[in-house]
Design a protein around this ligand. Structure first.
Ligand SMILES: Nc1ncnc2c1ncn2[C@@H]1O[C@H](COP(=O)(O)OP(=O)(O)OP(=O)(O)O)[C@@H](O)[C@H]1O
Ligand SMILES: [Mg+2]
Length: 247
């Protein structure tokens, strides 16, 4: 069996995590159960955005490695398949990963644009293969909070809001750093990802309470990496989505 296939098998069966970001299950396995789950979520997101007021969406979780970057990359792909104009931003400036989903170096990105080293057009990249635009994190900086809190960042998000149907923001976990809270002031809502068996319930509750304390609009919660056959849960790679009906 070809080496690539082995890696994918391990990923899907969840037996062993393999860092494989350029493998979009929604693109490579369009008929899979996981893709079906994603499609349900995309329908919900589109429905929530009927009035075009839920288009800047942030993705976060309680702890690292709960599947945020993998999840948002697949959502971006499916939205573009619905002919939506989508841009994906890697706002995890401390641990950037989105560039891997597009197999490009983490160069000429958001931090380079905010520090006026490059123009916006130079910072926005296009994946013809996936039909979406994206911005990688860019040069490593020790002034992450300054970058995220800058007026130029706010203006950037506002200008992208005018140009795209969806602006998707991949951000660090809530419990690691304050970045997710800082970014939340620019967004219409958060999709909160919970990987089964990762963060203790108490910690998940704490991070959701932290978001609520800052009046963050939690649009929905996604249960990710759900183990196969668990009562009430779907198959591995099944994403269950719970929308905040109050929204
Ligand atoms: N549904 C899933 N089933 C199996 N493995 C998954 C799933 N989602 C993500 N993974 C794997 O889990 C690991 C972490 O995924 P990912 O980088 O997307 O998480 P993250 O929340 O963005 O992490 P970080 O906090 O470091 O940014 C990767 O190896 C990825 O392939
Ligand atoms: Mg990530």
């Amino acid at each position: 069996m070809a080496k690539k296939q082995v890696a994918i098998d391990k990923l899907i069966n969840g037996k062993q995590r393999v860092e494989k970001y350029d493998y979009l299950i929604t693109k490579n396995e369009p008929l899979s159960f996981a893709t079906e789950s994603f499609q349900k979520i995309v329908i919900d997101l589109d429905y929530t955005n009927l009035d075009n007021d839920h288009k800047v969406l942030q993705f976060t979780s309680t702890l690292p490695s709960e599947g945020k970057s993998t999840f948002v990359s697949n959502i971006a792909y499916l939205l573009s398949q619905k002919n939506k104009k989508v841009i994906l931003l890697d706002l995890d400036l401390r641990k950037p990963k989105i560039n891997r989903a597009f197999s490009v170096p983490n160069k000429n990105g958001i931090t380079d644009y905010i520090s006026s080293k490059i123009t916006l057009e130079e910072a926005i990249k296009t994946s013809e293969d996936l039909g979406i635009d994206f911005m990688v994190a860019g040069e490593n900086t020790s002034l992450v909070t300054n970058v995220l809190e800058s007026n130029k960042m706010k203006e950037l998000i506002d200008s992208l809001r005018e140009r795209y149907d969806y602006v998707l923001l991949d951000t660090p976990p809530v419990m690691a750093v304050s970045d997710a809270i800082v970014v939340s002031r620019y967004t219409d809502g958060i999709i909160f990802i919970i990987a089964q068996g990762k963060a203790k319930k108490k910690l998940v509750k704490e991070s959701i309470q932290t978001l609520k304390r800052y009046d963050v609009n939690i649009l929905g919660i996604v249960f990710n990496q759900v183990k196969m056959g668990q009562a009430g849960y779907g198959y591995m790679n099944d994403y269950s989505y719970y929308q905040d009906k109050n929204d």
